[in-house]
Design a protein around this ligand. Structure first.
Ligand SMILES: Nc1ncnc2c1ncn2[C@@H]1O[C@H](COP(=O)(O)OP(=O)(O)OP(=O)(O)O)[C@@H](O)[C@H]1O
Ligand SMILES: [Mg+2]
Length: 243
C-alpha cells in the first residue's frame, strides 16, 4: 500500500512540557491508526501538529510525499487533511446541507456544482440525507457527530483525523459510528483518537499509545490493549509486575 502520511521525528515542547517527543509513524489509504493515551498525553497536540495549527520544533510530516512542515493550516486542508472535532460546533442556525457546503467550499476550495456534488455525497455516506434541510442546531448528538464526519469528507481529504467522535454517545450509537467509520476507512487514511477501546478494536488496524508526548507502543489493537504498558499507564500496575 502506498503511504499517504509519513511522520518522522516530530517534536514539540512548551517549555518543560513535551507534547510530541520524536514521534514517527506512517499510514496508508484504507488504514486506520487508533491513538490512545491518558489525559494530557499529547493526542490532540498531534492533530494540531498535523493540521498546522501548531508548528513543530523539528521533524517532518509528509502527505503523499510532500513536506507539510511550514505549510499553513488552510493550505494543508486543501492538500487533503480534514479533522472532525471532539465537540461538534456546527453553524447552528444554518442547515445541515449549508454546513457541509461551507466545508466543501472553504475547506476544499470547491465551487458551484463540484461543491454541491461533494456535499451530496458526504451527506449520503454519513446517513444524513434525510436531515439536509434541518438547522444543524436541532440535530441529536449522534447526528451532530455524523455532521462532523460529513464536513470532513466533503473537503475531499486524503487523511481524516477523528478526535473522539464516539465520545458521549450511548452504546447503540457508538455501534453506528463504528459502522460509519469502518465504511469511511475504505476511502481514506484515518487516525482516530478514542477512549472507547472496543470501538477502536472494531475499526483500527493498529493502535499507538502516547504518554507524555512519547510513543510507547504501536501494534495490533488487541496486543496493545493487553499490553503491560497500557495496564501500567491506565491502572498504575507496574509493567514488571505483569504476569
Ligand atoms: N499551547 C499550549 N501551551 C502550553 N501547554 C500546552 C499547550 N497546548 C497543550 N498543552 C499541554 O500539553 C499537554 C498535552 O495536551 P493535549 O491536549 O495534546 O492532550 P490530550 O492527549 O489530547 O489530552 P485529553 O485526553 O485530555 O484530550 C497537556 O499537558 C496540555 O496542558
Ligand atoms: Mg485531547
Amino acid at each position: 500500500m502506498t503511504r499517504v502520511l509519513e511522520v518522522k521525528g516530530l517534536r514539540k515542547a512548551y517549555g518543560e512540557i513535551v507534547v510530541a517527543d520524536e514521534i514517527t509513524f506512517d499510514l496508508a489509504c484504507g488504514e486506520c491508526l487508533g491513538v490512545i493515551g491518558p489525559n494530557g498525553a499529547g493526542k490532540s497536540s498531534l492533530f494540531n501538529l498535523l493540521t498546522g495549527v501548531v508548528a513543530p520544533d523539528r521533524g517532518s510530516i509528509r502527505l503523499d510525499g510532500r513536506e507539510l512542515v511550514g505549510v499553513p493550516a488552510h493550505r494543508r486542508a486543501r492538500l487533503g487533511i480534514a479533522r472532525a472535532f471532539q465537540i461538534p460546533q456546527p453553524f447552528a442556525h444554518l442547515s445541515v446541507r449549508e454546513n457541509v457546503l461551507a466545508a466543501a467550499t472553504f475547506g476544499a476550495g470547491l465551487h458551484g456544482e463540484a461543491a454541491e456534488a461533494a456535499s451530496r455525497e458526504a451527506l449520503q455516506r454519513t446517513g444524513l440525507a434525510a436531515h439536509v434541510a434541518k438547522p444543524a442546531g436541532t440535530l441529536t448528538l449522534l447526528d451532530r457527530k455524523r455532521l462532523e464526519l460529513a464536513k470532513g469528507i466533503a473537503s475531499a481529504p486524503k487523511l481524516l483525523l477523528l478526535d473522539e467522535v464516539a465520545g458521549g454517545l450511548t452504546e447503540p450509537e457508538v455501534q453506528q459510528i463504528v459502522a460509519l467509520v469502518r465504511e469511511l476507512k475504505r476511502s481514506y487514511a484515518v487516525i482516530w483518537i478514542e477512549h472507547i477501546a472496543h470501538a477502536l478494536k472494531a475499526v483500527a488496524d493498529r493502535v499507538m499509545v502516547l504518554h507524555f508526548g512519547r510513543k510507547l507502543l504501536e501494534d495490533a489493537p488487541q496486543a496493545v490493549l493487553d499490553s503491560a504498558v497500557v495496564r501500567e499507564i491506565y491502572m498504575g500496575i507496574p509493567a514488571d509486575a505483569a504476569a
